[in-house]
Design a protein around this ligand. Structure first.
Ligand code: DQA
Length: 143
């Protein structure tokens, strides 16, 4: 089935490539977008890939996705650990949601261990770097 996939990226992910590469790797967000686009094209899926540093903009995009997309992949970045608003917006969706983190947040500082996203996600992929996005798409393909 042709899927409409929305990939959302939160704050500071526009800095990937130059941002703490020992933690987040050397791939830029543009590299990740290209890899996701190639995967989706091969499946015959459409891809909407976005990034914002603003919590409210992410909330609005999630609201707009309601009934319009078949799956959401989200790396909410730092908002993962703080945003009840993103949690609540995701809760209103009725499609699969895959939470992705480049780093293994459970091996890092305690403030990164709690996610407001996980309890409203279908599944969670952490610690596999940029490949995590493709693993998320592969999970959607399998499901
Ligand atoms: C991140 C992990 C978060 O704790 C951090 O704030 C990020 C990126 C990750 O992909 O590993 O910005 O979501």
């Amino acid at each position: 089935m042709a899927k409409r996939v929305l990939v959302l990226n939160g704050p500071n992910l526009n800095m990937l490539g130059m941002r703490e590469p020992e933690i987040y790797g050397r791939d830029t967000l543009a590299d990740i977008r290209s890899a996701c686009a190639a995967f989706c094209e091969a499946q015959g899926w459409s891809l909407d890939f976005r990034q914002s540093n603003a919590e409210g903009e992410l909330v609005s995009w999630i609201q707009e996705a309601r009934g319009r997309v078949d799956a959401v992949v989200i790396n909410a970045a730092a908002y993962t650990h703080t945003s009840v608003a993103i949690h609540d917006a995701l809760h209103l969706l009725d499609c699969p949601i895959v939470e992705v983190h480049l780093s293994n947040i459970h091996r890092r500082e305690p403030f990164r261990h709690h996610s407001y996203i996980s309890s409203v996600a279908t599944g969670v992929i952490v610690g596999f770097g940029a490949k995590g996005y493709l693993l998320a798409l592969a999970a959607l393909e399998a499901g």
